[in-house]
Design a protein around this ligand. Structure first.
Ligand code: GLA
Length: 702
């Protein structure tokens, strides 16, 4: 899997279908040589004279770090492009130059202790570099996942001296291309419009996708594809990178005038830097890299398989997910035991598995102005206690889920009145509110431990099968009263580490509970959260037409089993002037199903329909959890669609939507193991609201 050609000093990493290769030059530099289709022949570095560039006199006038493709790039020492690694030393300058020292390979990988990461791993390459001036060692890791064609990269900095260093840039994943012709494909959006696929040709200079909001965000996702212009959904070369992190990130491509291109991914350089004291080490989050010659679906499939096999908790990843009825969109804060027991009766009648009590069950929370931080039961709403309520729910044959938002604090809360210092804040600066709330200082271990324990205390004796973990605002005035001035530049990363610590505490306290991530809709849909939460709420926008775009984008990077999708009554689109539960349900089949509406008000016909839907969903859930998803190729901007094929090729389901006035005939071929199925979209069903659309569902399961 990892080969070393001693004569040519080539290290090559093979996966099932790809090769990634580098060359050690003169025992000093590690050059990037190849990433693409599997090959035995790695092109060797050829010296070329580069005019007007700094050169390494020890090697030759024709060797310039500015001209070569490198595995990592270092600030201020001859590579004049944007560089990924930068450390400020004791002399006050940030010139950084790591020289290659050695490499080794070993089976498996080194697991992370305090951050999400890809479990398992077949084999790892570790390359060690050293910078004499800063006295810092850098270890760069590449873990191979052979079957999924993925390579996971991260670096560790080790301060081997006594002086404190400041890590200013830590973009641990870099891909240099010699002659780049790509489109940059990313998932952009905003609240209610998360993860829309956005693609544009690379242009001269820098283009990036990033977040500085303190969470991965609805606006940008830590994921990018470099797509060859000729590639489509099913063919052509694509590279993809997914950063396993839930805070500020950047993924950047810089195209040079001569078509060389540098792609880098990692922690956001503007908002995060780190003091590395003598003897200390710092590990960056990891990036999952993949290449496929089978188009956009090829890289998506590799990532889906990787996330399912290595990132999502193995205990839950393939376990049937409960069909939930969530209280939020139907009743908001107006929940109480009596209302919810009626919901439970109606839910049990149609085959729903679980009642999820959303926001409003704790403290004095009757609206969004108070109580975040006060994680004890509101006994006016639940007079007999949560244990007894849960018992009643279970007696009706349902499971129980509950909502929390632990990383936030309302100024109007008991916690804040005791601990105003536990909110993120900067001295002498006003704190911005957002939905009446401040952000808990997750870099403060005392605050994290206190809040986690108070939630554990409230829920520990309750029979509970699901927790929805929300995060309803971005960060502002980021500062912590728990750290001195020097450490304030670390708070955003420390915040994320605190978030992960709390996820670890709660998931360990409730090992049988399935967690669903959420963030004001889908504002923290990333591989970091997936490590703890096997599914994530995709968007507060549950209008089926809007959801098509959001889900089509989300499935580019994440498997369907991660995408939480509910049938609701919240319709914002004028395609809808009457409820069409069939259309809403079909769209919700692009993920794991739930309902979020006043279930007690369904007519007998609607109840029957919902019952039928749930039966069908359960039959399809094996495909949703295990199958390969393919987005349909060659669609116009008005069309959406995908199909899911079981790994053994025996089963499928297919969905197609056309938001125009007239049906379009397209023929899609699904290659089953023993036959080919041709689907003709001119047979799509017409749905007429104020506007018309056509949609189509077909499946192999009776
Ligand atoms: C966010 C979530 C919703 C709901 C509310 C509760 O907006 O995305 O699903 O949980 O918070 O306040």
């Amino acid at each position: 899997m990892i080969r070393f050609d001693k004569e040519n000093q080539i290290i090559a990493i093979d996966t099932k279908n790809t090769t990634y290769a580098m060359q050690i030059l003169r025992d000093k530099y590690v050059l990037h040589r190849y990433f693409g289709k599997k090959t035995k022949d790695v092109p060797l570095y050829e010296e070329r004279l580069l005019q007007f560039s700094p050169y390494d006199a020890e090697i030759s006038r024709s060797f310039s770090l500015d001209a070569v493709a490198s595995e990592l790039s270092f600030f201020g020492s001859g590579d004049l492009r944007d560089t990924g690694i930068k450390i400020k030393n004791r002399y006050g300058n940030s010139v950084t130059k790591f020289i290659y020292k050695s490499f080794r390979t070993f089976k498996g990988r080194i697991p992370f202790g305090d951050m999400p990461y890809s479990r398992n791993g077949d084999e790892t390459l570790e390359i060690t570099y050293f910078d004499d001036v800063s006295n810092c060692r850098l270890k760069s890791y590449y873990t191979v996942y052979y079957d999924t064609d993925t390579i996971v990269r991260y670096v560790v900095f080790e301060n081997a001296g006594k002086d404190t260093l400041l890590i200013e840039n830590a973009l641990a994943c870099q891909l240099d291309f010699e002659n780049a012709d790509f489109e940059f494909v990313c998932l952009a959006g905003q609240y209610y419009h998360e993860r829309n696929i956005t693609a544009y040709p690379l242009h001269f200079g820098k283009q990036s996708i990033y977040s500085e909001r303190g969470h991965s965000s609805a606006n940008a996702n830590p994921f990018a594809i470099l797509k060859s212009p000729a590639a489509d959904e099913n063919s052509g070369e694509c590279y993809a990178a997914e950063f396993v992190y839930s805070g500020d990130f950047e993924l950047q491509a810089e195209l040079m005038y001569d078509k060389r291109m540098r792609f880098m991914a990692g922690l956001n350089r503007h908002t995060i830097s780190w003091n590395l004291r003598g003897g200390d080490s710092f590990t960056t989050p990891e990036t999952i890299l993949t290449f496929s010659a089978e188009g956009l679906n090829g890289v998506s499939r590799n990532l889906h398989d990787h996330l399912r096999a290595n990132v999502i908790n193995p205990k839950f990843v393939y376990a049937p997910r409960p069909v939930v009825i969530n209280t939020w969109e139907a009743v908001h804060f107006n929940i109480n035991e009596d209302v919810l027991l009626k919901y439970a009766d109606a839910a049990a009648e149609i085959g729903i598995d679980m009642l999820v009590v959303d926001d409003g069950w704790f403290g004095k929370r009757n609206d969004d102005t108070s109580s975040l931080g006060d994680w004890y039961l509101n006994t006016e709403k639940f007079k007999n206690g949560l244990e007894s309520f849960s018992e009643k729910i279970h007696n009706k044959g349902l499971k129980l889920g509950i909502w929390i938002e632990p990383e936030m604090i309302n100024p109007k809360s008991e916690l804040y009145s005791k601990h105003p210092d536990w909110a993120l804040q900067c001295p002498n600066r006003e704190k911005s509110l957002w939905r009446h709330q401040l952000v808990l200082d997750m870099s403060n271990d005392e605050a994290v431990t206190y809040v986690a324990n108070s939630i554990i205390e409230t829920l520990k004796d309750v029979k509970l099968e699901y927790i929805k973990w929300d995060f309803n605002r971005s960060l502002s005035e980021v500062g912590s009263l728990a750290f001195d001035e020097e450490r304030q530049c670390e708070i955003k990363h420390r915040f994320v580490l605190g978030t992960y610590k709390m996820h670890k505490m709660l998931t360990e306290a409730f090992p049988d509970v399935i967690f669903e991530g959420c963030s004001g809709g889908g504002g923290r849909f990333d591989a970091g959260i997936l490590f703890y939460c096997p599914q994530i709420w995709t968007s507060d926008d549950t209008d089926p037409i809007e959801r098509l775009k959001i889900q089509q984008g989300t499935m580019t990077a994440y498997p369907l089993s991660a995408i939480s999708a509910h049938v609701s009554n919240t319709l914002i689109n004028d395609y809808e002037d009457r409820p069409d539960y069939d259309l809403r349900f079909k769209v919700a089949l692009g993920g794991v199903l739930g309902y979020e509406l006043d279930i007690t008000s369904l007519s007998p016909e609607e109840k029957k329909e919902a019952e039928k839907q749930i039966r069908l969903y359960k039959k399809l859930s094996g495909l949703i959890l295990h199958g390969d998803a393919f987005r349909l190729s060659g669609l116009s901007d008005n069309e959406y669609g995908f199909y899911v094929l079981s790994k053994d090729g025996t089963e499928y389901y297919f969905e197609y939507y056309n938001l125009s006035d007239a049906p379009v005939q397209r023929l899609f071929e699904i290659k089953l193991r023993d036959e080919k199925v041709i689907i003709d979209t001119s047979k799509a069903v017409k749905y007429s609201g104020n506007k018309t659309l056509y949609y189509m569902f077909s499946c192999s399961i009776a």
